[in-house]
Design a protein around this ligand. Structure first.
Ligand SMILES: Cc1ncc(COP(=O)(O)O)c(C=O)c1O
Length: 415
């Protein structure tokens, strides 16, 4: 395995099996899963309805090629098109978020006949050349080679923003003015698109004020610049208040990139875009594995589970209570710089006591203690100093209490 394949923990663990919100490692130790395989496990581990759908499809057909109609893929595409805010939507399935980002950027740059793209600072969009090119995080940018001219704009991450002391309305206006200035000074005006995560995932669950993207999009609209929402982490009700993260901003995107949660662990991703945009490619394109019968049958069962059990509502309730409790650490535990998030997407930014200096060491210590105590949490942020909490959306109040107790003690110990 390559050394750049990042692994968690001093002594990495192998996850052997799971059930509900719990996983067990290869040595039989049980953990409460507060990271959900980087937000992929959305319904829970080994959900019987999803497992059965996969088993049934595996026994029936694994044939894979988009040259033939795939009934579960068609049904799933119809459901996603209906659930999305994109008008007159078409859907294309891929196997990974990276590949879906590639498609969204291909569509926008082809439709606009422009290779200029705007992206947010501190963003993460994947591991191909195009996805790395729009990734604004040095730790995840292995190459400067780019198919695009990319300009990076403000991301609304108030805690580390030059505009952080402004009230919401002025903060948003300052970021939008900055975007206008970047377009005027750093591009030739005919930019293809802006790609943005509604809440930055790898970037440390940074939450811009509601309405932020409406202001950014209205500047884009002045130039005909398309808006791509990368909902790989924020989709499917994860943020509690909305099904898609971008809906907090009253924005209708031209395209949405989705992945992770839709498959609950199966490798499924894709793009939902306005029909005219989706159809704008001037050459054929296929995906051998994208939307194959196994993953789309599983995803259909998973989506049904998410909707039937109102997991979005559960994320709002249980996540809301968890965020409340975590907020109590702000101002009382000196290494807690900021607690932020929506639904079950919660970030805890750790700093050197009483300062704003990022403390990746504290994040590592908290993660290790949590692991010892049977809790898995994630990490992110430009400096690796933000704890990321993103359990399956089926988390129960009792499990939230248990996880909180371990986390609270671990943070206090790292202080
Ligand atoms: C917002 C976002 N976009 C794209 C990707 C890339 O997805 P994948 O790892 O499936 O290629 C990720 C992965 O973490 C992501 O968080």
């Amino acid at each position: 395995m390559p050394k750049w394949q990042a692994l968690y923990y001093e002594e990495p663990i192998a996850i052997d099996h799971g059930e509900g919100r719990y996983v067990w490692d290869a040595e039989g130790r049980r953990y409460l899963d507060f990271f959900g395989g980087i937000l992929t496990t959305i319904s829970g581990h080994a959900v019987p309805e999803v497992v059965e759908a996969i088993r049934e499809q595996a026994g029936k057909l694994l044939h894979s090629s988009t040259l033939y109609l795939i009934p579960p893929a068609i049904e799933l595409a119809e459901q996603i098109a209906t659930l999305s805010p994109v008008p007159d939507a078409k859907v294309f399935f891929t196997t990974s978020g990276t590949e879906a980002v590639e498609l969204a950027l291909l569509l926008a740059t082809s439709a606009r006949r422009s290779n200029q793209v705007l992206a947010l600072r501190n963003s993460y969009h994947g591991r191909s050349f195009a996805a790395i090119a729009v990734t604004g995080n040095r730790s995840w940018s292995a190459s400067g080679l780019s198919p695009f001219q990319v300009a990076f704009v403000q991301n609304g991450y108030r805690y580390r923003s030059p505009f952080k002391d402004l009230p919401d309305e002025q903060f948003i206006a300052a970021c939008a003015d900055d975007l206008r200035n970047v377009i005027e000074t750093g591009t030739s005006g005919d930019v293809a698109c802006l790609i943005a995560e509604p809440i930055q995932g790898v970037g440390g669950f940074t939450v811009p004020p509601d309405g932020f993207f409406a202001a950014m999009k209205s500047v884009c609209d002045e130039h005909g610049i398309l808006f791509i929402a990368d909902e790989v982490q924020t989709g499917w009700g994860r943020t509690g208040e909305h099904f898609w993260g971008i809906q907090a901003h009253g924005v209708t995107p031209d395209a949405i990139v989705f992945a992770k949660g839709i498959g609950n662990g199966l490798s499924l991703a894709g793009v939902v875009a306005r029909a005219d945009l989706m159809d704008s490619l001037t050459a054929n394109s296929i995906s051998t594995f994208g939307g194959n019968p196994l993953v789309t049958a599983g995803a259909l069962a998973n989506l049904r589970y998410v909707l039937d059990h109102d997991l979005q509502g559960n994320a709002r309730e249980v996540g809301g209570q968890l965020i409340e409790r975590l907020h109590s650490l702000e101002g009382t535990v000196p290494i807690v710089g900021e607690v932020r998030g929506k639904g079950l997407m919660i970030g805890v930014e750790l700093v050197e006591a009483g300062s704003m200096t990022p403390s990746p060491g504290a994040a590592t210590r908290v993660m290790e203690t949590c692991k010892e105590e049977g809790l898995l949490v994630g990490k992110g942020g430009l400096y690796g100093n933000v704890l990321r909490l993103s359990p399956p959306l089926s988390l129960t109040p009792a499990e939230a209490d248990d996880g909180y107790a371990v986390l609270d003690a671990a943070i206090r110990k790292a202080n």
